[in-house]
Design a protein around this ligand. Structure first.
Ligand SMILES: Nc1ncnc2c1ncn2[C@@H]1O[C@H](COP(=O)(O)OP(=O)(O)OP(=O)(O)O)[C@@H](O)[C@H]1O
Length: 372
């Protein structure tokens, strides 16, 4: 395969993704690259991605090693190019959150993708806004299968994912199955609606270990955004059943009224992430009206005048977390609160933690257990 590498589209913990062009066609590609000697996760990803074909999963175009002009040997996955970035980008471009029509559309498409992936006996293990990309036609497609695994009982068990999106059973290091992906879908909806993952109040002041502890052991479920209509809240409650076996499946959720009441929107409406008007807040089918919210807030304030914060209808969105990034090295992990995306962690159930990049030592199971 002859192709030329272009600009960087994004960086993750295991690889860098570039735009590229095929020499024998006009197709633009995305190429996910890491040095060959660090490409264990990329090679696993290629194996899984090559077995999948769905409109809601990023398209696989091949994989190969390549000697770069500087002599470095790289491993590369060639994929369909998604020009509109990730759902996290979509929220950022739209003032911190995705508008309601797109939240419904993208949630439906993520679930269609997961329904397919799960039917193939595969669990994604790292569903989150920054791992869902938007295609040229405006469809949400699940990407980054670097943590994905087959659900075969004999398969090596490894806990993987991003702390704020982890289900309780994953945070406790017990198991990671299809149900854990569904919890992460709920977290992704919260991320789209509010611009922040769940547990933002913990994230902003503490560290990911505290998030894992809270998810795994507190008995709590993520706080539901206060402006959501009851239908949307009910949908999230079905995702956030703490008992994995009580959680709804992708197929069941696709038939939830939250997703059934709105038809698919035209692709033309999606392209370019045309910024939506804040008036969507008043749409009764998804958001509760500001008046309704105000009335309830006033009643609550009368009941408890100490709760002054609740006067501000937008208060529940005002907390923006400092993004966490682990940038450890041989000296051990440290948490960077300033920038970068939510990181993915990979912990072997038995033994020490490994991450995709040898430079980014993230956290060891022993440290985790020690902290907990
Ligand atoms: N097919 C694609 N088209 C366009 N951009 C993409 C594509 N795939 C990935 N990207 C961009 O590259 C970024 C990193 O990709 P990806 O999440 O696959 O890397 P990673 O190293 O596996 O990340 P993680 O830290 O989640 O493990 C994405 O967040 C996105 O911005």
């Amino acid at each position: 395969m002859e192709w030329t590498r272009g600009r960087i589209l994004g960086r993750g913990s295991t690889a860098t993704v570039y735009a590229a062009t095929f020499h024998n066609s006009d197709e633009i590609l995305a190429v996910k690259t890491s040095e060959l000697h660090r490409s264990e996760f990329l090679q696993r990803e290629a194996k899984i991605l090559s077995s999948l074909k769905s409109p809601y999963v990023i398209g696989y175009r091949g994989s190969e090693t390549k000697r770069e002009s500087n002599g470095v040997v790289t491993y590369n996955i060639l994929m369909e190019y998604a020009p509109y970035g990730t759902l996290t980008d979509a929220a950022a471009k739209n003032g911190g959150r995705v508008d309601e029509t797109r939240v419904v559309k993208y949630t439906r498409e993520i679930l269609r993708g997961l329904e397919y992936v799960h039917s193939k006996g595969i669990v994604h293990c790292d569903v989150k806004g920054s791992n869902v990309v938007v295609s040229e036609k405006g469809e949400a497609k699940i990407a980054d299968f670097g943590c994905a695994k087959r659900v075969d009982p004999g398969f090596e068990s490894m806990i993987m994912g991003t702390p704020a999106f982890m289900a309780p059973e994953v945070a406790r290091g017990e198991k990671q199955g299809k149900e854990s992906d569904i919890w992460a879908v709920g977290c992704t909806v919260i991320e789209m609606v509010t611009g922040s993952p769940p547990w933002a109040e913990v994230n902003s002041r503490e560290d990911p270990v505290s998030v894992l502890y809270r998810v795994g052991y507190s008995g709590e479920t993520p706080e539901l955004p206060c402006l959501l209509a009851e239908e949307a809240k009910d949908f999230l409650e079905k995702c956030f059943k703490r008992e994995a076996k009580e959680r709804w499946t992708a197929t069941q959720l696709l038939n939830h009224p939250f997703l059934l009441t709105k038809p698919d929107i035209e692709p033309a409406l999606v392209s370019g992430f045309v910024s939506s008007s804040p008036t969507s807040v008043t749409d009764q089918t998804f958001w509760r009206s500001v008046e309704e919210e105000e009335e309830e807030e006033t009643e609550e304030l009368q009941k408890d005048s100490r709760d002054l914060d609740r006067l501000n209808l937008w208060g529940c969105y005002s907390e923006r977390i400092g993004r966490l990034r682990c940038v450890g090295g041989l000296d051990g992990p440290r948490w960077d609160m300033e920038g970068g995306d939510w990181i993915t962690v990979r912990v072997r159930c038995e033994g020490t933690m490994i991450s995709g990049s040898q430079e980014e030592l993230i956290i060891s199971e022993n440290e985790l257990v020690g902290e907990l």
